[in-house]
Design a protein around this ligand. Structure first.
Ligand code: MV4
Length: 448
C-alpha cells in the first residue's frame, strides 16, 4: 500500500481525499496556488507545497511543478481529483514515466475514451446502445448531407475531441447542417486542435443518467448503480440523485450492465462514469465516458455504503476490489445539491468574496462536503462550487423533505449562492414528480 499520496487538486475534493488518506493511514501531500495559501483545508494534509500563482494554468495545471512537488514530497501516488489534470492522458503518462502511480485509468484507456468517436466505437463493440448516427468520422459535407435525412432532423454535429457539452451543434434542416458542419469543425480546431467531427440524431428532451463503475487490475469490474443528473443548466449540474427516478428495474439493470460491458472491453481500471441520455420512451443511449471521480460521487457512496475514494486508492495500489457485484445493494435515496458562489438572479454570475457567516447543516441523513468557513474568501480564479450538500433517506420524498430542511439550515452570508434556486426546484411539481428533462431549469427560470 502507498505510504504517501499527493493530491493534485484544491478545495472540497482535495479535502475529501485528505480525509480518505487519513482513515487509510496514508500520509497526504497538498499542493496549492498563491490564491489558496493559508486555506484551512490544507491543514488536513500532512504537508503542503506552493506550486505557483493563482491562475490555474500557472499552478494546478502545471505538470512539471506538480511532479516536482511529488518528488520533493516523496510520494508513491498522485490523486488528480476532478477537473484540472484529471483526464489529461499526458499527465498520467508523465506520472508513469516518473514511477509515480496515477490514481485513475491508464493513459491508453484515457486517451481512447477522451476521443468521443473512438469511445463510441468501443461502446458499439461492447453492444452498448449508441445514438443512431455516423459509423465513424464525417469525412466531407456530402457524406453528412446524405446521412442526415436518413437519421431524420434534428441532428447533432459533435466534435470528437469535445465532451461535457463542448463542441456540439444542432441542425434542424439541410441548410443549417451545412453551416453547423463548418462551424463545429472550425470551433473544434480552435478549441481542441482537432477538426474531427461525427454526426448523431438529436435526442430531444432527454434525461441524463450516468452509471458509476469501478474496476481493479485483477479483472473485476462492477457498477455502483446510477445517478440522475438531469437537473443542470448549461452543462453545470445543480442537483444529482440516486437511484434515477422513473426508471424501470428492467432498464436500470440493462443500463448498468451495459456500462460494465464497456469497462471490461476497454480494459478500464479505477473509478469512472458511463454517461447516457434516456429518451421519453425509456430508451437509453451511450454518450461518453468520464475517466475520473466525479463531483457527484457522494450520492452513490450514500446509497451503496461504499467509499469511492478509498476504493480508488486501493485498486490503484493493486489491491482487488473488496466487494462483488451482488454485494452492491441500493439502500434508499440520496440527493446532492451543489452549492455554488453564483447569483441565479443575475444569470449565474460568479460571486467571489468573503463569507461573513456560515452555519453548516446537520442532523440525521445529512452530509456537507465543503472546505469553506467563516472568513473564507471565494477566489475568482476557480470553479464557483463551494460545497456539496448530500442527504440520504429511505425514499425520494423523504430525501426531498430532508434536503429542504438542510438547505434552510445552511446559512451563508457575505456572498450570493445557488441555495434559493435549489429551494425553488425542490418545491416545483415537475421536479417532485420528475417530469423533467435537461432543459428544465433554462425553460423555467431564464429571464427574458
Ligand atoms: C446529446 C443530446 C441529444 N442527442 N446527444 C451534452 C453533454 C454531452 N455529454 C452530451 N450532451 C448531449 N448529447 C444526442 N445525440 C443532448 C445532450 C445534452 C445533454 C446531455 C446530458 C445532460 C445535459 C444535456 C444538456 C444539453 C444537451
Amino acid at each position: 500500500m502507498f505510504k504517501r499520496i499527493l493530491v493534485a487538486n484544491r478545495g472540497e475534493i482535495a479535502l475529501r481525499i485528505f480525509r480518505a488518506c487519513r482513515e487509510l493511514g496514508i500520509e497526504s501531500v497538498a499542493v496549492y496556488s498563491e490564491a489558496d495559501r493559508g486555506a484551512a483545508y490544507l491543514e488536513m494534509a500532512d504537508e503542503a507545497y506552493c506550486i505557483g500563482p493563482a491562475k490555474a494554468s500557472d499552478s494546478y495545471l502545471k505538470i512539471d511543478r506538480i511532479i516536482s512537488a511529488a518528488e520533493v514530497g516523496n510520494v508513491q501516488a498522485i490523486h488528480p481529483g476532478y477537473g484540472f489534470l484529471a483526464e489529461n492522458s499526458h499527465f498520467a503518462e508523465v506520472c508513469r514515466d516518473c514511477d509515480i502511480t496515477f490514481i485513475g485509468p491508464t493513459p491508453e484507456a484515457m486517451s481512447m475514451l477522451g476521443d468521443k468517436n473512438s469511445a463510441r466505437k468501443m461502446a458499439r463493440a461492447a453492444k452498448v446502445p449508441t445514438v443512431p448516427g455516423s459509423e465513424g468520422l464525417i469525412e466531407n459535407e456530402a457524406q453528412a448531407m446524405q446521412l442526415a435525412p436518413k437519421l431524420g432532423f434534428p441532428v447533432l454535429v459533435k466534435a470528437s475531441a469535445g465532451g461535457g457539452g463542448r463542441g456540439m451543434r444542432v441542425a434542424l434542416n439541410e441548410l443549417a447542417l451545412r453551416s453547423a458542419l463548418q462551424q463545429a469543425q472550425a470551433e473544434a480546431e480552435a478549441a481542441f486542435g482537432s477538426a474531427e467531427i461525427y454526426l448523431e440524431k438529436y435526442v430531444e428532451l432527454p434525461r441524463h443518467v450516468e452509471v458509476q463503475v469501478i474496476a481493479d487490475m485483477h479483472g473485476n469490474a462492477v457498477h455502483l448503480w446510477e445517478r440522475d443528473c438531469t437537473m443542470q443548466r448549461r452543462h453545470q449540474k445543480l442537483i444529482e440523485e440516486s437511484p434515477a427516478p422513473n426508471l424501470s428495474d428492467e432498464t436500470r439493470k440493462a443500463i448498468c450492465e451495459s456500462a460494465v460491458r464497456l469497462v471490461k472491453l476497454a480494459k478500464y481500471h479505477n473509478a469512472g462514469t458511463v454517461e447516457f441520455i434516456v429518451d421519453k420512451n425509456g430508451n437509453f443511449y451511450f454518450i461518453e465516458m468520464n475517466a475520473r471521480i466525479q463531483v457527484e460521487h457522494p450520492v452513490t457512496e450514500m446509497v451503496t455504503g461504499i467509499d469511492l475514494i478509498k476504493s480508488q486508492i486501493l485498486v490503484a495500489a493493486g489491491e482487488p476490489l473488496p466487494f462483488k457485484q451482488k454485494d452492491i445493494v441500493l439502500d434508499g435515496c440520496a440527493m446532492e445539491c451543489r452549492i455554488n458562489a453564483e447569483d441565479p438572479e443575475k444569470n449565474f454570475r460568479p460571486t467571489p468574496g468573503q463569507i461573513s457567516r456560515i452555519v453548516p447543516p446537520g442532523g440525521f441523513g445529512v452530509r456537507f462536503d465543503s472546505h469553506v468557513h467563516v472568513g473564507y474568501t471565494v477566489s475568482p480564479y476557480y470553479d464557483s462550487m463551494i460545497g456539496k450538500l448530500i442527504v440520504h433517506q429511505p425514499t425520494r420524498a423523504e430525501a426531498i423533505a430532508c434536503m429542504k430542511r438542510a438547505l434552510r439550515e445552511l446559512r451563508i452570508e457575505g456572498i450570493k449562492t445557488t441555495i434559493p434556486l435549489q429551494e425553488k426546484i425542490l418545491n416545483h411539481a415537475a421536479f417532485i414528480e420528475h417530469s423533467v428533462d435537461t432543459t428544465f431549469i433554462e425553460r423555467t427560470w431564464t429571464q427574458h
